[in-house]
Design a binder for this molecule. Structure first.
Ligand code: SF4
Ligand code: SF4
Length: 105
């Protein structure tokens, strides 16, 4: 527990201009949402130790707690972290291939 919740998140990240608008805080919260390029509150939340603060990448992110919520297991030390699957794709459109591939430079 870090004893910080949405008020601290708003003060330390959103109002400080550090929010990257990733949605990590609002995605699973009924109190906040994204609106016109900013995270806003729909109602007051009194939780003192909030997952919004813990999951925000602009605060100290609790990777273990985040992994348990998303994958049901503790955070591993693999380079990519825990993933459900890795997918590779390649376009067959010549224009997309030319614009998207650094190997053609
Ligand atoms: S503490 Fe929990 S319920 Fe409250 S705003 Fe944050 S994520 Fe939502
Ligand atoms: S989790 Fe942090 S960076 Fe992401 S939208 Fe919320 S406040 Fe912004």
């Amino acid at each position: 527990m870090n004893g910080k919740g949405c008020r601290e998140l708003m003060r330390e990240v959103v109002d400080a201009g550090l929010c990257t608008y990733c949605g990590g805080c609002s995605g699973s919260c009924p109190y906040m949402t994204a609106y016109k390029g900013r995270i806003v509150f729909l109602d007051n939340c009194e939780v003192q130790d909030g997952q919004c603060y813990r999951y925000c990448p602009r605060t100290h992110t609790d990777l273990d707690s985040l992994s348990r919520m998303a994958f049901g297991e503790p955070y591993g030390m693999e380079e990519l972290g825990t993933v459900s699957r890795v997918v590779m794709a390649r376009s067959t459109d010549p224009h997309v291939m030319k614009m998207g591939s650094a190997l053609d430079m």
